[in-house]
Design a protein around this ligand. Structure first.
Ligand code: URA
Length: 290
């Protein structure tokens, strides 16, 4: 293959493998101009790192796999963990099975109540414990937390820049919740949230949106916020004298929870779903699943 052909192949494969970060996520993007050889340099990674980022093994276990001769690169036994390999262009096998290398991974989970949104916890079950196989070893973390008793859409990734964009209030990504409360909700609550509720400790929230679905001794509503203060929805509604009895996140930006996911189940986001997160509009779906 001639050099331009090799470069085209590299860029196509690297983009597919997400090795080259798309420009909108702060990366050079597959179409970006690189200094001669730069993209080759960018693509060369330590073999033990490739194996660990693929969720095959920890760095230490990867070194052992290599020592034991169980890893081949382009048909020859790998020599050492610090060997530099281009995952986009090389065939890497462990015990004869291909390694599916992706630098970044993006998941949506239907978080069940009873799990904390943390990567580890001494006493409580974490959402990471719900992941199995290689995904549990890819360094994923929640892109924004849900309380232990909150259910619904939780995003997990190992892409820190993407997570920052999801979480940061300045990026205006609205998080929409289905909430049940004690006591009636009324138009004054809608107005108070839209002005920015002052919490009981004096902290003022950014303007939020409230759509009342039903009002009575217990009420139901959709609430959209674009920041993530501790217990924010609960504290906003508590400040209005309407304690939350149930909370479920149903959307992040324009991305809705896949209702076919049972509690605790998860799946990867498609590239377009990853972009839908940054769709600034808030569409309240009246037919929300409770
Ligand atoms: N607001 C809360 O009060 N709890 C959550 O889990 C998320 C938002």
């Amino acid at each position: 293959m001639d050099a331009p052909g090799a470069r085209r192949l590299f860029l196509r494969r690297a983009a597919a493998l997400e090795y080259v970060k798309p420009a909108e996520y702060g990366g050079a993007g597959p179409g970006a101009r690189c200094a001669p050889g730069e993209e080759r340099y960018m693509a060369m990674l330590r073999l033990d790192k490739i194996l660990s980022q693929s969720g095959i093994a920890s760095r230490r276990e990867a070194a052992r796999l290599i020592r034991d001769g169980r890893v081949t690169v382009n048909g020859r036994a790998a020599a050492a963990g610090d060997e530099k390999v281009d995952p986009a262009l090389s065939e890497i096998l462990v015990d004869g099975a291909p390694v599916n290398y992706r630098r970044y991974c993006y998941l949506m989970m239907n978080k069940p109540a009873g799990y904390v949104s943390a990567t580890e916890d001494r006493d409580q079950k974490t959402v990471l414990e719900l992941l199995d196989g290689p995904l549990s070893r890819m360094g994923l973390f929640p892109a924004g937390r849900l309380d232990k008793d909150t259910e619904g859409l939780l995003l997990l990734t190992n892409d820190g820049d993407w997570a920052h964009r999801v979480i940061s209030p300045s990026k205006n990504v609205y998080k929409t919740y289905y909430a049940e409360t004690e006591g009636p909700l009324d138009p004054a609550d809608v107005e108070a949230l839209s002005d920015g509720v002052v919490l009981r400790d004096g902290l003022k929230c950014l303007p939020a949106r409230l759509l009342i679905l039903s009002s009575g001794a217990t009420s139901a509503a959709l609430v959209a916020i674009r920041e993530g203060k501790y217990h924010q929805v609960k504290r906003m509604l508590a400040a209005r004298g309407k304690p939350v009895t149930r909370l479920r996140r149903i959307a992040v930006g324009g991305l809705k929870l896949d209702e076919t996911l049972a509690p605790g189940a998860y799946r990867e986001l498609t590239p377009s779903e990853r972009d839908m997160v940054f769709d600034g509009s808030v569409t309240f779906d009246h037919n929300v699943k409770k």
